[in-house]
Design a protein around this ligand. Structure first.
Ligand SMILES: *Cc1c(COP(=O)(O)O)cnc(C)c1O
Length: 392
């Protein structure tokens, strides 16, 4: 086996716990689509999707058709549903119709293509109509709805109106409150237009993780959950909101730390060396040794998912200690200060995300910044790092 410089491990028990938590919190009757875009938030579609299926999850949302192909390759063709929320090339629309892959329709261009593909395949396109409610990314705005309904009715033989949906413009932050409230009213208005035209979608879905916690009345019968299932809160604010709601008599389930991180990322020490006081470590002059020190070189760099922005700021775990990254993160390696840790040797375990002894590095603290960075740092983990599954 060729050695990789780092390894990602997924915890099946943590994943089960997160789904159990979400089901008990949101209610068994609500369908939850597992959002697995961005290579399952860096966890790896090929390993993560089958793991989810083993846990009874059978609805997967991705952003692009490329990601849909990846899920399709590993998912159970008979029992699992794939939903594409964004980008698709023209041939992908034909493929999706052929394979029963569902997709968002957010403009007339996409609707026309869906109908054409359905005619060509002799099969109905299964579509989710996305409403523009004020995010101004994608979606039909209120003025377009009557014309849209007309085309949908004329083509009822070619489409299945599976869902009506929208996306919130930043549900994780209270500072967006007014805009989010306006989006809710805008969505309700559009939803009513469909009902008035006797057009009832099978599913109505508006909520990502943060919105699902923040706006219970917007849950309808389906949620699109990304970050929560991987064991992270969308933001500190949402975690506090969850805890507050629980104290006000909302269903009390498990603990505030109901979520468990699924991912672990580790590497090993490649080299250890002494640096004399007054020397500069790594490229340029960004780190000056103030005293004689011991450093370790870890073969993980920005080309392997460890952001360059963590130069001189990130932390790793070695022998159960938090050790600081010193100097600039290179493409393929980085240096840490191990002066305070005794007996560090080549081959010793280094934890980049996860627990070691009593210490833990969550993704946010690996950046020591906001939780919003979780999304970015996770999805940046390259697909070439081997993923292993820790089964219970
Ligand atoms: C990414 C995404 C989600 C999931 O967001 P989380 O905050 O990770 O739960 C839901 N809906 C859409 C349209 C998305 O793009």
């Amino acid at each position: 086996m060729i050695m990789s410089s780092s390894v990602i491990t997924l915890s099946e028990s943590a994943m089960r716990r997160n789904w159990q938590f979400m089901k008990s919190y949101f209610g068994e009757e609500i369908n939850i689509s597992a959002v697995v875009k961005g290579n399952a938030y860096g966890h790896g579609i090929a390993e993560y999707v089958p793991l989810l299926e083993g846990c009874g999850v059978n609805h997967f949302s991705v952003y692009s058709s490329g990601e849909a192909y990846e899920v399709h390759r590993v998912a159970d063709p008979d029992n699992s549903t794939i939903m594409i929320m964004g980008a698709m090339g023209a041939p992908d629309i034909v493929w999706a119709v052929e394979e029963g892959v569902e997709f968002f329709v957010f403009d007339m261009h996409r609707l026309t293509a869906a109908i054409a593909a359905a005619v060509m395949c002799g099969k109905k396109a299964i579509i989710h109509i996305e409403a523009e409610t004020g995010m101004y990314r994608t979606g039909f705005d209120d003025k377009q709805i009557p014309a849209l309904i007309k085309v949908m009715k004329e083509n009822a033989d070619h489409i299945v109106f599976k869902g009506l949906c929208m996306h919130f413009a930043g549900a994780e932050s209270i500072s967006n409150h007014l805009r989010l409230k306006q989006q809710q009213s805008a969505f309700k208005k559009i939803h009513k237009r469909f009902i008035a035209a006797s057009m009832e979608p099978e599913y109505v879905h508006t909520c990502c993780s943060a919105a699902a916690i923040r706006f219970p009345e917007m849950r309808y019968n389906m949620l699109r959950i990304g970050i929560l299932q991987y064991g992270f809160w969308p933001s500190q604010e949402i975690m506090v909101e969850y805890i507050n709601k629980k104290q006000k008599g909302a269903p009390s389930i498990l603990r505030p730390d109901s979520l468990e991180r699924v991912i672990r990322w580790e590497s090993t020490i490649m080299s250890v060396k002494s640096v004399p006081a007054g020397a500069f470590v790594g490229y340029g002059y960004s780190y000056l040794a103030q005293h004689d020190m011991q450093i370790a070189i870890v073969p993980v760099g920005y080309g392997y998912g460890f952001s360059r922005s963590l130069s001189n700021t990130g932390y790793l775990l070695i022998h159960g200690y938090r050790v600081p990254v010193i100097g600039i993160v290179n493409m393929n390696c980085l240096a840490v200060d191990i002066s305070k840790v005794d007996g560090v040797a080549i081959g010793d375990e280094v934890v980049l995300i996860g627990q070691q002894g009593d210490m833990e590095i969550s993704v946010a603290s690996f950046g020591e910044m906001t939780n919003l960075l979780n999304y970015e740092l996770l999805t940046r983990l390259p697909s070439h790092i081997p993923r292993m599954v820790e089964r219970v």
